[in-house]
Design a protein around this ligand. Structure first.
Ligand code: PMP
Length: 303
């Protein structure tokens, strides 16, 4: 379960970068007739800084720009401005370890599904945010409930854009899973294969091989790509393929990945139970070493 926030997000000290200026936190506001609020004409990034360094910052900035393009949202600022502004936000808020949101959205210049008269806006905020899931799950893993909801097919939604238009479904699935006593939901794709969780990608281990669904029908997470690279560097065999739900009982370990979730072990899916196994632990450690700027993954995991 996500940790409750100590203070509401609109009532904090600090600064938020908004449309080219660093503004006091509580003054970073938008109007109720903002287009994005009505039609989800918005894209965003969730990233983390460790020891003062934004992990995979360029990749996140590039994805934000790509996400915007996929929904015809013009970027109001360049890649370079975005990169600089992210660093400025950390500095202005005196943060070394932080979760960061960058967002681009359509403003309140007009309303209706014709968005042509609206202007794009951009903001960046960062705050101290520890673990996405509560710390005690490190040893037990989270519990996932298979959702009745499926990820939309690639021709029914802009699935490769990290846009809020896709996240209403994630919120519904998360809510239903938590109501049923689970930590999070596991979603199938439009053909019934395992896709991902509400905000993280899915990995399984079988006979020492790391298996993950092909990311052609959901977000190809930056953490997912990083973990696949780490596994490759460590000599762990990897397979990107369709994963059938009937395979779940044969898996030895399961974990999920995301910038917020990092590498999080799964202890349960519906009535099936899993141990936090050696491959998960090894990859989790290597990921943590990498984001913290420690020794390269291969070295760190061998030591
Ligand atoms: N899938 C979904 C639906 C997500 O929201 C996220 C988090 N952004 C991910 C996967 C993982 O992506 P990343 O590793 O780039 O954070």
């Amino acid at each position: 379960m996500a940790q409750p926030l100590a203070k509401p997000l609109d009532d904090r000290d600090g600064f938020i970068w908004l449309d080219g200026k660093m503004v006091p936190w509580r003054e970073a506001k938008i109007h109720v007739l903002t287009h994005a609020l009505h039609y989800a004409t918005q894209v965003f990034e969730g990233e983390r800084a460790y020891n003062g360094r934004i992990f995979k910052s360029k990749e996140h900035s590039e994805r934000l720009i790509k996400s915007a393009g996929l929904i015809y949202l013009p970027m109001p600022y360049s890649f370079e401005v975005l990169e600089d502004a992210k660093k400025e936000v950390l500095k202005a808020n005196k943060l070394d370890n932080a979760y960061m949101r960058a967002m681009v959205w359509r403003g309140s210049e007009s309303l209706g599904v014709d968005f042509s008269q609206t202007k794009p806006h951009m903001m960046i905020a960062a705050w101290d945010w520890g673990r996405y899931f509560s710390p005690e799950i490190r040893d037990t893993g989270i519990a996932l409930k298979t959702s009745k909801w499926r990820k939309p097919a690639p021709d029914t939604a802009p699935i490769h854009s990290k846009s809020s238009c896709l996240y209403n479904l994630s919120c519904i699935v998360k809510h239903e899973s938590m109501q049923a006593g689970y930590t999070d939901g596991l979603m199938h794709d439009f053909e019934g294969y395992i896709a991902e969780s509400t905000g993280s990608n899915f990995f399984a281990v079988k006979d020492g091989v790391l298996i993950t669904p092909v990311a052609d029908r959901f977000l190809n997470g930056i953490t997912r790509q990083t973990v696949l690279q780490i596994a490759h560097d460590l000599g762990v065999k990897t397979e990107e393929r369709r994963v059938r739900p009937e395979e779940l009982p044969s898996f030895e370990e399961i974990f999920v990945t995301g910038s917020a979730a990092e590498v999080t072990a799964v202890g349960k899916i519906d009535s099936l139970e899993y141990k936090v196994g050696p491959v998960t632990k090894r990859l989790r450690q290597a990921y943590e070493d990498l984001v913290n700027g420690a020794a390269p993954a291969a070295k760190a995991a061998n030591s």
